[in-house]
Ligand binder design. Structure first.
Ligand code: FES
Length: 110
């Protein structure tokens, strides 16, 4: 079991439990986070942008160049931003904390 805490844009902490091999995106969606994941993990949308707690950031597998490129387009990106569809849970990530930026919700032009 891999426990993850999501911090919502309005400051709530939401605890979720996933399995090794599951993608963080899926876990967040199951926990009711507003992560659209429009491209379903194809690294073509950035609507799955999360901000990883600095303590945890260095423990994740490094982002690929494609992921970095896509993050450059995300709104409110920070030094510890990642795409949730590219993070695969494993037991070493038990206790992971990520923040869901408010901007992740609404990327469509009105
Ligand atoms: S779901 Fe589209 S980039 Fe992650």
């Amino acid at each position: 079991m891999v426990r993850v805490t999501f911090l919502t844009a309005d400051g709530q902490r939401v605890a979720a439990e996933g399995e090794a091999g599951q993608r963080l995106l899926e876990l967040g969606q199951n926990a009711g986070m507003p992560l659209e994941g429009t491209c379903e993990g194809q690294m073509a949308c950035s609507t799955c942008h999360v901000v990883v707690a600095p303590d945890w950031f260095d423990r994740l597998m490094q982002a690929s160049e494609d992921e970095e490129d896509m993050l450059d387009l995300a709104v409110g990106v920070t030094r510890t931003s990642r795409l949730a569809c590219q993070i695969v849970l494993d037991p070493a990530l038990d206790g992971l904390e990520v923040r869901v930026p408010a901007e992740a919700r609404d990327m469509q032009p009105r």
